[in-house]
Design a protein around this ligand. Structure first.
Ligand code: NI
Length: 260
C-alpha cells in the first residue's frame, strides 16, 4: 500500500453489487482507504468492512444532513471503541440546501455531540463542512465552535474533508492543528489551486469521497478509492514536486492523523 484514500464509502448501496471487486481494484492500485459512516447503520457496516480487510479502516458518526435523527450517544460511544475505528464523523455543518440550512440549530447540536465524543474517545474528527454557494458561513460557524472546544481540549484534531474553503479558512484550520483534505474536484476545476499551493505538504490529505465526485479522467462515472492516484498526481503538479515525494508525504500524513 502506497496511498491512503482518507475518505470513501464502500458502505453505501452504490457498492452493493460489486464491493469485493472494487476493493480488489483498490488493492491492485496500491491504495488503502478509510470507510466513513453517515449514520448508525452505515457506521456499523464500515466497521464490518474494515474488519474483513486489513487495508480498510472505519470512521463512525452522523452526517450533518441527518439532523432529523437523534444522535445515539451510547451506541456511537461503543462503536468508537472498535479497534479499526480511527475517527468520528463525518460530522459538521451543511448549509448547501435551504432545507438543511434552515435547521442550523439541530445541526450544531449534532456537531457538538460528535466533537464531545471525539474528545472523550481521543479520536480525530472527519469534518463535513459544506457552505452555501458564494459564502463561507458554514466554515466560519464550524471554526468558531471548534476553536471554542480546542481551548479546553488542546489535543482535539481532525481534517476538513472535501475542502471547498478559501485560503483564509484553510489558515484557521491549520492554526487549529487540523489537516485539509482535497478531493477529485481539484483535477477538473482551477478554483482550489491557490489553496493547494498554500497548504503545507505535511498538512494535506487526499481522498475520493467515492462513490461521489470522480476525478478526471473518470468524471461522470461512479468514483472508486483506486482513483485517488489522480488526486495525488494533481497535488504534485500544483506543488511542482516529484510524485514520489508527494505520495510518500500524504501517506505519512494519513498514518499520523489517524494513527494507522
Ligand atoms: Ni463522504
Amino acid at each position: 500500500m502506497k496511498i491512503i484514500d482518507t475518505h470513501s464509502h464502500y458502505n453505501l448501496a452504490q457498492f452493493d453489487e460489486d464491493r469485493e471487486a472494487a476493493i480488489g481494484r483498490m488493492r491492485e492500485a496500491g491504495v488503502g482507504t478509510i470507510c466513513v459512516g453517515i449514520d448508525l447503520e452505515t457506521s456499523k457496516l464500515a466497521i464490518e468492512i474494515a474488519g474483513d480487510n486489513a487495508d480498510i479502516w472505519a470512521i463512525v458518526g452522523q452526517h450533518p444532513t441527518e439532523w432529523k435523527k437523534e444522535f445515539d450517544t451510547v451506541e456511537f460511544a461503543a462503536l468508537a471503541e472498535g479497534k479499526n475505528v480511527v475517527a468520528i464523523g463525518e460530522c459538521g455543518l451543511d448549509y448547501f440546501r435551504p432545507e438543511d440550512k434552515d435547521h442550523k440549530d439541530e445541526q450544531v447540536i449534532l456537531f457538538r455531540q460528535q466533537i464531545e465524543l471525539a474528545i472523550e474517545s481521543g479520536l480525530p474528527l472527519m469534518l463535513h463542512i459544506r457552505p452555501e454557494m458564494h459564502t463561507m458561513t458554514a466554515y466560519e460557524d464550524a471554526l468558531d465552535i471548534l476553536e471554542e472546544y480546542k481551548k479546553a481540549a488542546p489535543g482535539l484534531t481532525g481534517t476538513a474533508h472535501f475542502f471547498a474553503g478559501d485560503i483564509r479558512i484553510a489558515e484557521r484550520f491549520l492554526d487549529l492543528g487540523f489537516y485539509i483534505s482535497f478531493s477529485g474536484v481539484v483535477t477538473f476545476v482551477k478554483d482550489y489551486e491557490a489553496t493547494v499551493a498554500f497548504v503545507p505538504l505535511d498538512r494535506i490529505l487526499s481522498e475520493t469521497d467515492a462513490p461521489f465526485a470522480a476525478p478526471a479522467p473518470y468524471r461522470g462515472k461512479r468514483n472508486e478509492p483506486a482513483y485517488v492516484t489522480e488526486i495525488v498526481k494533481k497535488v504534485a503538479e500544483i506543488k511542482d514536486l516529484p510524485l514520489e515525494t508527494v505520495q510518500e508525504q500524504l501517506f505519512n500524513n494519513a498514518r499520523t492523523l489517524f494513527n494507522l
